[in-house]
Design a protein around this ligand. Structure first.
Ligand SMILES: C[S@@+](CC[C@H](N)C(=O)[O-])C[C@H]1O[C@@H](n2cnc3c(N)ncnc32)[C@H](O)[C@@H]1O
Length: 241
């Protein structure tokens, strides 16, 4: 099954994941006009923007996730079904962001370029764009592909104590990591498996992709606490104009 087919499971896993909210809020605050989130999911970050009094639009590919977001926000935010690699909304935004590694769903250079071109098309003259992904970790990528590893803390789902167990297979040629998630429910692994893939982008590749699209990098941040990116950083967060 596609990992983005079960919004209730996603929300149970991520309901108290707030690590990126302060950073997103700090940059959104500087915008005076509308905000666009790409790959907005079930709207985990939407309330942060609404609380600032800014108009929020979320663009999301999964219909079940989009519907869940629409139900949650009941008209207080706009959600559009769309593909971050090909969208043309006919309007500009003062702040565009793509958080929580969602950019890694662009599996090829062409996907990534198309996505960034669309961002550029929608960014107002003084607008800012924030992109947040992790830096590829060779230890994680090269784990034993037959073994299940814990991927989350324990969480409550359908009256059971659950956690996500995952395995992955990395192809260094395509730089694509294929992941399989299984729900461990009260100590037993469910039969059902969820699949997804992420393309690994290294910082020098992001430099090239962003500059080829004409986006100017103003800041490189290495953690959600706002510290600058360096050789020890786990994250690569770009603030562009
Ligand atoms: C890790 S989730 C992040 C969701 C949300 N932004 C959050 O922070 O909780 C990644 C999201 O990317 C969406 N997605 C994947 N490929 C996409 C695409 N090509 N265009 C738009 N959304 C996409 C998935 O459906 C999923 O909701």
């Amino acid at each position: 099954m596609d990992i983005y087919s079960n919004p209730k499971l996603y929300d149970s896993i991520h309901h108290d994941h707030k690590w990126d909210m302060k950073l997103i809020e700090a940059y959104a605050k500087q915008a005076h006009g509308p905000v666009l989130e790409l790959a907005s999911g079930t709207g985990r970050l939407t309330q942060t923007i609404i609380n600032l009094g800014l108009d929020y639009t979320g663009l999301e590919l999964s219909r079940p996730f989009l519907n869940q977001a629409k139900i949650k926000y009941n008209g207080d935010a706009k959600f559009i079904l769309g593909d971050m690699r090909d969208f043309h909304l006919g309007t500009k935004f003062d702040f565009i962001f793509i958080g929580f590694n969602s950019f890694l769903h662009n599996l090829t250079d062409l996907d990534a370029k198309n996505c960034l071109e669309c961002v550029r098309e929608h960014l107002s003259d003084n607008g800012r764009f924030l992109l947040s992904i992790f830096i590829p970790d060779p230890i994680f990528l090269n784990r034993d592909s037959d073994k299940l590893y814990p991927a989350t803390d324990f969480f409550q789902f359908q009256n059971s104590k659950c956690r996500i167990m995952e395995k992955n297979q990395y192809d260094p040629r395509s730089q694509i990591n294929d992941l399989t998630w299984s729900v461990e429910r009260d100590g037993k692994i469910d039969q059902e498996e969820y699949h997804y893939s992420m393309r690994m982008f290294y910082p020098h590749e992001m430099d090239m992709l962003l500059s080829e699209t004409g986006l100017i990098i103003r800041e490189k941040i290495g953690d959600y606490d706002g510290s600058p990116m360096d050789g020890e950083s786990g994250m690569q967060i770009y603030v562009c104009e």
